[in-house]
Design a protein around this ligand. Sequence first.
Ligand SMILES: Cc1ncc(COP(=O)(O)O)c(C=O)c1O
Length: 420
Amino acid sequence: MSDRAVSARLRDEARSLDAADELRAKRAEFVLDDTVYLDGNSLGALPAQVPGRVADVIARQWGELRIRSWDESGWWAAPERIGDRIAPLVGAAPGQIVVGDSTSVNVFKALVGAVRLARGEEGGHPGAGASGGAGHPGEGRDEIIVDATTFPTDGYIAQSAARLTGCRLTPLAPADVPAAVSSRTAAVLLNHADYRTGRLHDLPSLTAAVRAAGALAVWDLCHTAGALPVGLDAHGVDLAVGCTYKYLNGGPGSPAYLYVREEHQARFDSPLPGWTSHVEPFGMRPEFEAAQGVTRGRVGTPDILSMLALEAALDVWDGVAVEAVRAKSLALTDFFLRCVAAYVPKGRVESITPEAHAERGSQVALRCEGAGDVMKRLIERGVVGDFRAPDVLRFGFTPLYVSFADAERAARVLAETLDA
Ligand SMILES: Cc1ncc(COP(=O)(O)O)c(C=O)c1O
């Protein structure tokens, strides 16, 4: 088939796939232009209702109601209320997610909190007694395992958490965790999807292996929340964190979240106890006494403007099933990979994203010579992905607003760019 015929066929196919897409109406709920935006795995696009809602928060809630808004506009309760909006997207029942701070800060809270729970410093880790040895189940747990390929911030914080808790730090590929986790392990910090390659790690089986050893599983969901079902409750995840500015479209620097499994909440001992995680925040007492529930994961005054922008952004999820998002995400990345194979001469790029659906998140990463320059030229031509050193082109597929026509155009422009 001629190049022209191949292109015509793929464009036709994209049109049919878009026509059959049950999520296609969602695109109109975002502020987008003619650009092919494949960077929602870094910064999600702006949902159209956010500017008006933020304008109201500023002009009326802050400008007119002022201090009254902490109560009357629901500012004080926003971290838990918005946590409950995120909960169904990651498979959590209400009351287990609190929004606030950055992912980095929440990794710290979760990891140190997990070590304390595993050691029974707050009364013992339920379940550890059965498998963690006789007497003191947490005794001797002096190891933190961290994903060796992690996004750097998680690695840096794991190093600090290890120093603070007197643990040794063991960096491992996630697949090697089941063989290595032991009665010495306190906590394991893993990424659900690898930020560079887009590889999806097997959260159910890895969590089960960690818990069977009496350790706690802490997951970073930055690259999966809003892109695929996570199943935190169903799979027994102990603690989890994630950002909200990628597939949840909360905006630049929007606050992150912390999940503390219900069974751990009574003993969760945050290493960052602040006045808003106190049982009586306005009692101004010198001694710390933690609030009940996931509220003890809060620290200080919530960042209300970004938090309420996020709340408005979450409206786009009304009526959306995460399973439908996942189905479209896989169809998009499959189609994009096929278009790349059809358009790009062999050997010019190499996909480092797994072929198998069970191992693929919602991005495609292509290794390519001169990737930094290639991405610059792609962006000039209206195809926005990003570059990760030294040689990776990343293309994120946000099913709520990316179309099959976008996928076809991105692959075609990539081939033209490499040819130029
Ligand atoms: C897996 C992962 N963890 C953490 C972060 C960043 O965390 P923070 O929100 O603290 O900047 C990112 C940012 O892209 C990430 O990809």
